[in-house]
Design a protein around this ligand. Structure first.
Ligand code: ADP
Ligand code: MG
Length: 263
């Protein structure tokens, strides 16, 4: 599936005052690939997304999009090159309609042309299953619906890479499962790369082909979820013995052909 252009952070450092929020982090997402980014609170996940999307300039290291060095480019220039993102907190305009909220993003001029922005906005809403909410005021939506509109707003820019910061936060399992399905379908249809930050290990396990684990600004693990969740260093720092044994059982079941069940 993956193989196209890569979005990469290379040896990224970010220092806030005396705090080293990122310590030489390297990460790569290829077009068509779904990568998870996990780690305890304060481990640097959002900071890394901010560096990748141009919101923060790294103290050291580089951000590369294919062959191009995009380190330190402003966020709008990064967005124009096809990197879209959502934010950890909901950032919809409450007194605009859902469609208006998405149009605000879709109307950013892009060099590549393509469909009219109204078309892109409606298409993005449909892909997130919230097309029927287009005329509702954002403030009147349920929490899970707002989350999906936020993803639609980023998607309307037709990014080659979509970075989502805790999109499953506050969702119940049914809502999470639906969003997993929709994100997969988006990857299939558009062939874009996804970088997904979340705390829900079950969802990350279901959705991602590869997981990167941060701890105190450092990358401490990387690989397929079933393997990473069992890595002793990762278990100690983050996953916990109980969760790891649950995933171990599931990995064995999948290996023996009894997979697909979730508990
Ligand atoms: P995560 O998303 O993994 O919870 P963050 O990237 O938000 O972690 O934060 C990593 C560390 O950097 C935390 O200690 C946080 O307090 C600090 N931090 C993040 N942004 C800033 C900022 N703009 N100024 C100062 N410190 C920050
Ligand atoms: Mg965060």
């Amino acid at each position: 599936m993956a193989g196209g252009t890569a979005l990469a952070a290379e040896g990224v450092e970010k220092v806030f005052g005396g705090l080293r929020a990122l310590r030489g982090v390297s990460i790569e997402v290829r077009e068509g690939e779904i990568v998870g980014l996990i780690g305890p609170n304060g481990s640097g996940k959002t900071t890394l997304l901010n560096v990748l999307s141009g919101l923060l300039r790294p103290t050291a290291g580089r951000v590369r999009l294919g062959a191009e060095d995009v380190t330190g480019l402003p966020p709008d220039a990064v967005a124009k090159r096809g990197i879209g993102r959502t934010f950890q907190g909901i950032r919809l305009f409450p007194r605009l309609t859902v469609l208006e909220n998405v149009l605000v993003a879709a109307s950013v001029p892009r060099p590549r042309g393509g469909a009219a922005w109204e078309v892109r906005a409606v298409r993005a809403l449909e892909e997130l299953g919230v097309g029927h909410l287009a005329c509702r005021f954002a403030a009147t939506l349920a929490y899970g619906e707002q989350r999906r509109v936020e993803v639609a707003r980023a998607l309307a820019l037709e990014p080659r890479f979509l970075l989502v910061d805790e999109p499953f936060a506050g969702m119940n399992p049914a809502e999470s499962d639906e969003l997993v399905g929709r994100l997969r379908a988006i990857r299939e249809r558009r062939g874009c790369g996804l970088l997904v930050v979340d705390h829900d290990l079950r969802v990350i396990h279901e959705l991602c082909e590869r997981v990167v684990v941060l701890n105190e600004g450092e990358k401490i693990g990387e690989g397929p979820p079933s393997r990473v969740y069992l890595d002793p260093v990762v278990v100690r720092a983050y996953v916990g013995e109980k969760a790891a044994s649950r995933f171990a059982v599931r990995a064995v079941e999948a290996h023996d052909g009894f997979g697909g069940e979730r508990g």
